[in-house]
Each structure stands twice: as C-alpha cells, then as structure tokens.
Design a protein around this ligand. Sequence first.
Ligand SMILES: Cc1ncc(COP(=O)(O)O)c(C=O)c1O
Length: 366
Amino acid sequence: MSVRVTDSVRPEIRSLQPYVPGKPVEELERELGISGAVKLASNENPLGPSPLAIAAMQAAIHGVNRYPDGGSFYLREALASAWGMPFESIAVGSGSNDLIDVLCRIHLGPGDEAIMSHPAFVMFAVAVKVAGGTLVRVPGKGMFHDPAAMLAAITDKTRLVYFSNPDNPTGTIVRRRAMDDYFRHVPEHIVTILDEAYFEYVTDPEYPNGLDYLRRGHRVAVLRTFSKVYALAGLRVGYGFFPTDLAGLVHRVRLPFNVTSVAQAAAQASLQDTEQITRSRALVQEGLELFHREIPPLGIELTPSWTNFVLARFPRSSVDAARTLERHGVIIRPMTSFGLSPEYARISIGSGLENERLIESLRSLA
Ligand SMILES: Cc1ncc(COP(=O)(O)O)c(C=O)c1O
C-alpha cells in the first residue's frame, strides 16, 4: 500500500485552502476572446509605479547576476530617514505578507493563541495555522474590528493580536480612541501586529499611526507595504517597524535574500516620489465618491471605506454577479474565500475609465 505524502502532514496544514487570487486579466480575455478587460479584484494601483522606480529598476536589472543585499541596507536607511525611526527597528520582507508569516513563526507553536477579528485579512489566519498556533477569531461589530472584544479574548496563552487597520476586506479602520484604549490595557506579554498596508490612503484625522505606539514603548509590529500606494505589488516588497529585540529575531528567521535587488532599488526610489502618494490618493478619493454616488442606487450596499476598494453587498449571490460582470470584461472578487456570506464581493478602485466601465456593467445586472 502506498503512503501519501499528505498522510504525515499536520491536519491543520492539510485542511488549508489555497489562497484564491483574483482571476488574471489575460485569462479572462483568452476565455472570452476579448481584449481590454478590467481587473478590479486585487486592490492594485492603476497609476503604475513612479517613473523614479522604473528608472531604478532598469538600472538594477544589470546587476541581477549577483545576490541582492541580504539586509536591504540602503532601503532600510531610506525608511529610517523617511519615518524618523531607528535603522535597527526595521526589517524588509517579500511583501508585508512575508513579515506576517515570519512573526507567526517566531511567536507561535502548539498551544499558543493568536487573536484576529472576523472579518479581517485571511493571510494572517493561514500564517497562524502554518506556524502551528491556535487561531482565535473575534466577531467584529458589523464590518468594524471590536478592539475591546479582542482584548477580552486574551488569555495566558495569547502571543499575538492582529489588527488589519485599515482592514481588508471591509475597508474600515479602528480609530485612535479605541486603539489608545486597547494599548492602555493590553498585557505586556502580547505582541500586537498593526498591519497598515493601506496606511497612505487614509486621510481620516482620527486614524492612528501605528508608529506612535511603538515610539511610546509598546510591543507592537507595524507593517507597511510598497504594493498599494507605491504600485509595486508585482515586485513583492513590504517592511515593518519593530521593537529592536523583535527586529533582531525577524532578521534571524526571515530568508536571507528575501527581497530582490530590483525590488530594493525600486522601493528606495519610490520613497522619493511624494507626488505618487498625492496622485494615488486623489484617484482613490474620486473613485470612492463615484462608487458611493452610483452603486447604492443599483441596490448594492457599500461598507464605508478608508482604502482603495469597497466591500459591496449584492442583493443576491455576488458569485453570480461576478460571473455576469466577467462577460462584460470586468473582474471583481467574491469574498467567500474570506469567510463572508456569498452576497459580499470586494471591488477595487481603478482608473476613471475602469470605474465607469464597472458601473455600466453593474447597471446591466439590475
Ligand atoms: C491588510 C493587508 N495586509 C497585507 C497585505 C499584503 O500585502 P503585500 O504582501 O503585497 O505587501 C494585503 C494585500 O492585499 C492586505 O490587504
């Protein structure tokens, strides 16, 4: 009798579902025999990378026969100076997802608990399970995290508490008062992860900057990324600020060459382009206004969003709606893989033309 490899694998690994990414545009175009399809499914930035990043990538390509700088030295220096944080507090990852994974591997083993809201960013749940920890999900208040309930779920076994702020897939934030309150009460043995992948998009004056908690001496890991506002999702580069002892552990656990030389060069150059942030924010603001004006009258409810996407509740199955939209060449993302009921789908904000195209296709559903 043959033994299958999976027989000897931990049950929590066997039960994992593969991450379901948005359908590639090329795939839809091939299926339908069309061109010019629009993908509003992965919270990407339609403006494309900064010209400074493109020039830096072009220059860096010539050196890819060499391994990258394993410590991302110049990028970390640039981040330290951009944010006024110590160089030793910074680590860079292959996307911020890499750092989520590393933090779980550092802190979790059998019997250790990690708390997250439901709904929230699913990749944290995957990282907890892969690390062998126990995931504790705390229901949100509607589509908002409930920090008081998350605090109440802490036990002696809790090692990590994870906030996606703003959250994906809901697009909502935890405001400063609630976050301050959380940090006033959180026990010292806990590491709190503040995943701020959409930080640059938030203009709400009550939105807390995670770095303030780190500066005040809390045990907090603040994660950011170049995938969103900086439009470098395809390069895979994210970064985090940590208490320096934790940063030291991150550097020991992460893979030695986890960020390519091209990615380091592009990210460093992007930091110089503050215009990129202004342009991207304006595009998202315009898109959000358009979505909120045009979509609810079609019977589709939108959760308020502080990000470059919205969570939409369709009157019936969003899976059917997504299939119909695909026939119009528009890709959105049903959220069943994030554990939401089938009415919910996430729609990213695209360029002006892409947004118009979406709205026209949504009208055809009615
Ligand atoms: C809340 C949140 N965190 C982290 C990530 C991962 O980003 P990346 O690994 O591209 O930096 C995403 C990406 O969608 C996200 O929505």
